[in-house]
Design a protein around this ligand. Structure first.
Ligand SMILES: *Cc1c(COP(=O)(O)O)cnc(C)c1O
Length: 251
């Protein structure tokens, strides 16, 4: 379990205290990422940290950005867009924005026009729309296919039996770049159970890569959140998505 013992129940109202707290938490998360990776015999540099800033303010994002964080994840477009444009206005080093929420058809244009990555692609129709709507001046949208590892009605994700076919569809689309697989397994307190789900996704990726051409190989496993990132690192994650441990409880 990722621990941020220094996190108080609510964010300090003073901007400097808030900045210091987020910097401390971010550094604590980085340290834990490194420690766990080394314990698992993995190179810490092979694991990216995605800071999930949904339901947190522009201030929170800029604090993390000033502490060197470049990749940010958002789940809701209506709050992500104002945050993104505020960050642009601040003229910081450009941030890399990842959409990690569920995608409805009527949202694809906004995602295609504003984001660098999408982690939750699970339908061919959505892939086609994103491809058609990705502006020509932008580089291809980097995408992960979300895979459903257990039956949960409220969560998105494709069944693993349909994975190969969706991957082949996406690979044909020039404005998308298929990078990997993503999962949000059912919450579990058991480290062993957490590892089982992540191992499943890693195996699916390995099997898929054997069926894809050399130039279409997937290199990204987007798995692990605040409560299960250790298990994800043990099973080969390349991108952990951490919100609470960096920014505190969401409002
Ligand atoms: C909110 C969210 C996270 C971050 O969760 P924490 O438990 O706060 O670390 C990660 N991934 C997805 C898809 C999310 O929606």
């Amino acid at each position: 379990m990722l621990s941020s013992p220094q996190f108080p129940a609510s964010m300090p109202s003073n901007p400097e205290d808030r900045f210091r707290l987020i910097t401390q938490c971010l550094n604590a998360v980085r340290q834990q990422l490194t420690d766990v990776a080394i314990r698992c015999g993995r190179d810490p540099a092979a694991i990216q940290l995605l800071a999930v800033s949904k339901k947190h303010s522009v201030d929170a994002v800029t604090a993390a950005a000033q502490a060197g964080q470049q990749n940010f994840g958002e789940s809701y477009l209506q709050e992500a867009l104002p945050k993104m444009s505020a960050c642009l206005d601040l003229k910081m080093t450009p941030l890399i924005w990842h959409f990690i929420g569920q995608v409805q058809s009527n949202k694809t244009k906004t995602i295609a026009e504003h984001f660098d990555w999408l982690h939750t692609l699970d339908r061919a129709k959505i892939a086609q729309r994103l491809n058609d709507q990705r502006p020509i001046h932008m580089s291809p949208l980097q995408v992960c296919i979300q895979v459903k590892l257990a039956e949960e009605k409220t969560k998105g994700g494709i069944d693993s039996t349909e994975l190969l076919s969706l991957a082949q569809t996406i690979i044909q689309l020039p404005r998308l770049k298929l990078r990997g697989l993503m999962c949000i397994p059912p919450p579990s307190d058991s480290y062993e159970q957490q590892r089982k789900y992540f191992a499943q996704l890693a195996t699916l990726q390995k099997d898929l890569n054997q069926q894809l051409a050399a130039d279409a190989q997937l290199d990204t496993l987007s798995m692990g959140m605040s409560d299960d990132f250790e298990a994800a690192i043990a099973e080969g994650t390349t991108m952990i998505r951490i919100g609470t441990a960096i920014f505190g409880q969401r409002r």
